[in-house]
Ligand binder design. Structure first.
Ligand code: TMP
Ligand code: MG
Length: 293
């Protein structure tokens, strides 16, 4: 058995690893343990969805709403202003997480306040998603279908908007019963108008707390100590912190933006990094290898 021969995409120029030997060991143990011990934990925006398409940025689940006809022009300008202010901070590798965290909370809080003021109607969300430019990464169908066929649980852990991202995967025909989502959900009043967001806010830097709060979910999956984690932000690295009896974890990180500045920090924390790769080819090939099919 040779991992590099069996998974040729790992030799693509877009793939890098700090410690290929370690990756090989993890992959071998995960394959030996088999699909019945596996779970997949993934971020949504810019991990399962594309970052760019034909040179144009693709929307996050927030952006799907922000760019839609449900939002007034005045509010669109304010949301765009927030994005232009806070997104550069999110991806700034010269600032520490401690420095960025309160600013990210500020971004999410202000954005959600603006959305709530728009009196968004629940029934319009499906159409807005249908008319949006959101795109799951190439190869998504194989990814979702394969996990479903093998009954491997897929947890999507997102700081985006749950109602919107669920609609994206539903419309793509891949919201299978093995998929579970932790995210920010909208709270609608009895006439179906958005009045708030439910529960604790999930932003990019508190996925760890979210994972620990949801240990009940992971308890059910106690026999699945092998985790394939997919993310695009350093905050995604903590999404598996609630998993009991962790055996092996393989962390795959999409490095979409500011590639040169961020390469080293991604190499230090993810096992495999995928630079400007808009596909699910590597996760799919790894899943085929681990599950033997
Ligand atoms: P996640 O992919 O880690 O779950 O985070 C969600 C992404 O959503 C993050 O990269 C920032 C982005 N975002 C927007 O695009 N617009 C917004 O209004 C907010 C609050 C976040
Ligand atoms: Mg993301």
């Amino acid at each position: 058995m040779n991992v590099w021969r069996d998974i040729p995409v790992l030799s693509n120029s877009s793939v890098s690893m700090r410690d290929p030997k370690r990756v090989e060991q993890i992959l071998t143990s995960m394959r030996n343990a088999g699909a019945s011990t596996l779970q997949v934990i993934s971020d949504f925006d810019m991990t399962l969805t594309r970052f760019a398409c034909n040179g144009k940025r693709c929307p996050t689940s927030h952006n799907i709403l922000d760019n839609s006809k449900l939002i007034s022009e005045d509010c669109k300008a304010k949301l765009k202003n927030l994005l232009d202010t806070y997104y550069p901070i999110e991806i700034d590798s010269t600032r520490s997480v401690e420095e960025k965290l309160p600013l990210m909370v500020e971004w999410w809080t202000k954005a959600h306040e603006l959305l709530v003021q728009q009196k968004i109607i629940k029934d319009r969300l499906a159409l807005v998603v249908r008319e949006s430019e959101a795109k799951l990464r190439d190869g998504y169908q194989q990814f979702f279908d394969h996990l479903h066929q093998l009954s491997v649980p897929l947890l999507i852990f997102s700081a985006g908007i749950g109602d919107v991202l669920e609609e994206v995967i539903r419309q793509a025909g891949v919201f299978h019963p093995n998929v579970k989502v932790f995210s920010n959900y909208m709270d609608f009043d009895e006439s179906g108008v958005l009045r708030a967001f439910k529960g604790e806010l999930i932003h990019i830097y508190n996925k760890r707390e979210g994972a620990l709060l949801n240990t009940e979910h992971f308890k059910e999956l106690q026999s699945r100590g092998n985790v394939l984690l997919l993310g695009d932000s350093l905050g995604d690295l903590n999404m598996a912190d609630g998993v009991m009896d962790l055996q092996n974890i393989l962390k795959i990180g999409y490095l979409n933006d500011k590639v040169d500045e961020r390469r080293q920090s991604y190499l230090n924390s993810y096992d495999i990094i995928l630079e400007k790769d808009e596909t699910m080819d590597v996760p799919n090939a790894i899943l085929q290898y681990i599950t033997g099919q």
